[in-house]
Design a protein around this ligand. Structure first.
Ligand SMILES: [Zn+2]
Length: 374
């Protein structure tokens, strides 16, 4: 992975939620998640772009110099990929509704987009899927992965398989075993892990992750956690060896007029020494939650102070709760813009801190120190 932890920020049609190019500059995000369904209807435009202009796809979506990550599953859409009886493809949500897409189309789209990271095509299972359909979906995902690895072997694209199967350990093992062949391919880098977002316990998540990791024990396999990227899942995942995280939470929070208020990130060495450096156990996360401030639509937040007086983000440095309340009340979208900037800035600070603690080999100690304030 280019950076650890890698935070992969989700986009809609290649642009970050609420953020204009000007806003983006202040944040300087280095990754960009592209959902395949957003681009399927644009096949003709993309072809014209290639054949009749000098504009690259990256320039077209204004995302130059970013790590592009392409996936078929979009957690923001309720039902982004549906099962299909066609063994060569799935049904995928696009601008024009849910339509079939073959793996061949998916691979062609990947060639056009040319992302640094590609998650191979996969079907999202129904939550109550039986063993039979789980097996069928796993076999399909494995087939799609093999086709991607073969057909994209002459590109610079790093390919990730998709591990589905909810949190059911048997399904997870089946999915992992089916795709184990991939470790022999030089362009294979690891797996994106799905199904860890449902309202389940930390113990269930720990069990599901452990069985996947046991299948690849001793191999160099990178893991990416799909989904919203809430802060607790990031802390847990990183402690357990997951290095990449799909991130949607800062945008989602802003959409719901919520301001992230995580506690401070800086700890003294003397404070860290009292904590163990072992992996974080599921019970240490139980009952923990990240604080946020909620702006009601008829906002009663009238304070003439920043969202968070200690925050160095553009919003907190230049605007007050009073002003943002006003924006909320008159339904001005700048409220979401300013909240997105603040929330995303918090994620960037967190990412820097986790990276620093990893380099100092104090990651788990720091997580334990941090958890005590939650
Ligand atoms: Zn701020």
């Amino acid at each position: 992975m280019k950076k650890s932890p890698l935070f992969i920020y989700t986009t809609r049609m290649g642009s970050y939620y609420h953020l204009t190019p000007f806003n983006q500059q202040t944040l300087n995000l280095d990754t960009c998640l592209l959902s395949a369904g957003d681009f399927l209807h644009m096949e003709n435009t993309l072809k014209l772009l290639q054949s009749e202009t000098n504009i690259s796809f990256r320039q077209y979506i204004n995302q130059e110099n970013k790590i592009l990550y392409m996936t078929s599953i979009d957690s923001y859409k309720m039902k982004c990929v549906e099962g299909s009886s066609n063994k060569d493809g799935v049904k995928i949500a696009q601008l024009e509704g849910i339509k079939p897409m073959t793996n061949q189309q998916y691979i062609e789209l990947a060639k056009t987009i040319n992302p640094e990271m590609l998650v191979s095509l996969t079907e999202k299972l129904e939550i109550q899927a039986g063993q039979k359909s789980t097996k069928r979906s796993s076999a399909k995902s494995a087939k799609f992965l093999k086709e991607s690895l073969d057909q994209l072997k002459d590109t610079q694209i790093s390919i990730y398989g998709a591990i589905q199967g909810g949190l059911d350990t048997v399904s997870k093992i089946i999915a992992a075993e089916e795709q184990k062949f991939a470790i022999d391919y030089p362009n294979f880098k690891g797996f994106t892990l799905f199904g860890f977002n449902q309202g389940s316990t930390w113990q269930e998540k720990e069990d599901a992750l452990s069985v996947v990791q046991s299948v690849f024990d001793g191999y160099n396999v990178q893991y990416i956690l799909a989904g919203y990227g809430d802060i607790l899942s990031i802390l847990w995942g990183l402690s357990w060896g997951i290095e990449g995280f799909e991130i949607e939470e800062p945008f989602r929070f802003a959409q719901d007029l919520k301001v992230l208020l995580p506690p401070k990130f800086d700890a003294k060495d003397s404070e860290l020494e009292q904590f163990s450096d072992d992996k974080i156990n599921f019970y240490e996360l139980e009952g923990k939650k990240i604080n946020y401030l909620n702006f009601p639509i008829n906002s009663d937040v009238k304070e003439n102070v920043p969202l968070n007086p200690e925050c160095q983000c553009f919003s907190c440095q230049n605007h007050t709760k009073l002003y943002i309340s006003h924006l909320v009340e008159c339904k001005e979208m700048n409220a979401q813009v300013l909240l997105t900037i603040h929330n995303t800035y918090q994620y960037q600070k967190l990412q820097q801190k986790l990276q620093e603690m990893q380099n100092k080999k104090q990651l788990n100690q720091w997580i334990r120190w941090y958890l005590q304030f939650l």
